[in-house]
Design a protein around this ligand. Sequence first.
Ligand code: ADP
Ligand code: ZN
Length: 223
Amino acid sequence: MKKANLIMLGAPGSGKGTRAVALCEILGIVQVSTGDLFRNNIKGGTELGRLAKSYINRGELVPDDVTAAMVKDRLSKPDTAGGFILDGFPRTLAQARALDEILGELGGEISYALYLDVPDGEIVRRISGRMICSECQAPYHREFNPPKSEGVCDKCGGKLFTREDDMPETVQKRLEVFRSTTLPLVDFYKAKGVLVEIPPELSDRGAVADMREVAEKLGLCAR
Ligand code: ADP
Ligand code: ZN
């Protein structure tokens, strides 16, 4: 069985979180979302959380060294040994290089970087309907991925809410940061020969069926 170490690349609101979760279910690998890790730290009132919050609420990136250290810590845990999907990391070239170093030390490499190329107008529409679970962080969308019962998480019954950084002005800022800072990673992973573009439009079958097709095409073993 081919162990999958994946990266999910895409703008804020591109649907990468939903697809990352779907792939985790299909492949039985672990999702590592830097956004979730930061939010858990904020919720837990840690030092890291306090630092991260000031950047996140302005729509800016948390500094590279802080972010990379947090990811290294997470990838050092044994549950990632069977494969993982990085959701929201790397987001800068410096982070991509740090990731190479981390994987070199831990003994692993990236299988594929999956890139979702979504038009800007579509992104704003997607973000405006976004909600996440206050308990387990599962992502939902009023239009594209609605919970079975309004405002309530299907998985754990937690309350759904809209994130502070999903406010319109902050979204604009995040899109700018994505274009200037994160988009160059597409070429970085292309040069490594691991870039895979995945269709941004969800088919009627939904994220899980779509990602199952992607996994099969890439020869990643389904659970
Ligand atoms: P989205 O992908 O929709 O922007 P995330 O949950 O991935 O949302 O991230 C929320 C915020 O957390 C980002 O806007 C940024 O401030 C911070 N963040 C997440 N990942 C990183 C990262 N790799 N480097 C720096 N900051 C990050
Ligand atoms: Zn939940």
